[in-house]
Design a protein around this ligand. Structure first.
Ligand code: SAM
Ligand code: DTB
Ligand code: SF4
Length: 320
């Protein structure tokens, strides 16, 4: 059922029975797809994340510690200076990062703005270090996307986060359609799309599959799909959410692997509260990328040394 005639499932009605099979049957299928598309040699892509502009965001995303609407203890900062960013980027490269991802707590950027000009300069300088460069700056215009591509951006991260139906319950200051519009600008400009989800925001398992159905409709398909588990942030509306069931996470990763065989599936926020065994199962199901380093944007990530030890224990090589 997984890849009937080699054609990956795309619609909710195709994804749902795959997701709902007995877990081991689902894992058999995702392993098979993974081997066909990524070979026998397992590899995990290591990405480093840096918040280049933290806090003070105008948006009201109910999960986010960086929204100015909530009292979370995250203070609004200015855009980091180029030299400090380059110091972090050089360190990431020395630590073996393949991709350097920079995030900014903005609603979005437009061509001609001073802050956007600064970001273009930052991208050009980081690119010279010889890593893939990813940025996540909020909404884009077609022209801003074009200029980011010209500056050297490999991939633009802009998550759908949840289903179209659930999105309006989590964010009111922009819409699901706004997210799609930015993704179309990214594609038109020829950058790769990095687009994924957060699990654990009160959505149903069907909501997660509806989000995946939208991702499957992208043309070209997303190059990477971050799967975040909500890290509940004190002061935000979602502070009291229960942790995601590990087997639901594993099922979604396996179904994503089957539906988007060539995507880097990135096990993103939430690893700090997953056991080593749970993470091992996520890699087995098809996850093949992580953020490594002690911090994500504002929240903790596992210790880098623990991550290296885990990859060694599992015999997972660093992707090249
Ligand atoms: N402002 C930009 C935007 O919204 O696209 C970029 C930064 S935003 C922090 C990037 C992503 O981080 C979000 O789309 C969401 O998936 C993830 N994220 C933010 N807070 C999170 C949390 N508390 N737990 C898990 N994921 C989170
Ligand atoms: C993504 O999907 N996950 C990363 C990256 N894209 C930018 C961010 C996850 C954690 C964000 C919460 C924080 O550290 O404040
Ligand atoms: Fe702002 Fe992005 Fe956080 Fe939403 S997720 S509040 S847009 S930084």
């Amino acid at each position: 059922m997984a890849t009937r005639n080699g054609i990956a499932p795309k619609t909710f009605s195709e994804l749902s029975p795959i997701y709902r099979q007995p877990l081991f049957t689902l894992l058999d299928q995702s392993r098979k797809v993974h081997r066909e598309h990524w070979g026998e040699e397992e590899g995990v892509q290591l990405c480093r994340l840096l918040s280049i502009k933290t806090g003070g965001c105008s948006e009201d995303c109910g999960y986010c510690a960086q929204s100015s609407r909530y009292d979370t203890g995250v203070k609004a900062e200015r855009l980091m200076d180029l030299e400090s960013i380059l110091t972090e980027a050089r360190e990431a490269k020395a630590d073996g990062a393949e991709r350097f991802c920079m995030g900014a707590a903005w609603k979005g950027v437009k061509e001609g703005e001073a802050k956007f000009e600064s970001v273009l300069g930052i991208v050009r300088s980081v690119k010279e270090l010889g890593m893939e460069v990813c940025v996540t700056l909020g909404q884009l215009t077609d022209e801003a996307a074009r200029q980011l591509k010209a500056a050297g951006v490999t991939a633009y991260n802009h998550n759908l986060d949840t289903s179209p139906e659930h999105y309006a319950k989590i964010v009111t200051t922009h819409s699901f359609e706004d997210r799609l519009r930015t993704i179309r600008s990214v594609q038109k400009a020829g950058m790769s799309v990095c687009c994924g989800a957060i699990l654990g925001m009160g959505e149903t398992e069907d909501d997660r599959l509806k989000m995946l159905e939208v991702l499957c409709g992208f043309n070209p398909p997303p190059e990477s799909v971050p799967i975040n588990c909500l890290m509940p942030q004190e002061g935000t509306p979602l502070a009291g959410q229960k942790p995601v069931d590990v087997f639901e996470l594993v099922r979604l990763i396996a179904t994503t692997r089957i539906a988007l065989p060539r995507a880097r599936v990135r096990l993103s926020a939430g690893r700090a509260i997953l056991t080593r065994e749970a993470q091992g199962l996520c890699f087995f199901a098809g996850a093949n990328s992580i953020f490594f380093g002690d911090k994500l944007l504002t929240i903790p990530n596992p210790d880098e040394s623990d991550d290296r030890a885990l990859l060694r224990t599992l015999g997972l090589a660093q992707a090249s």
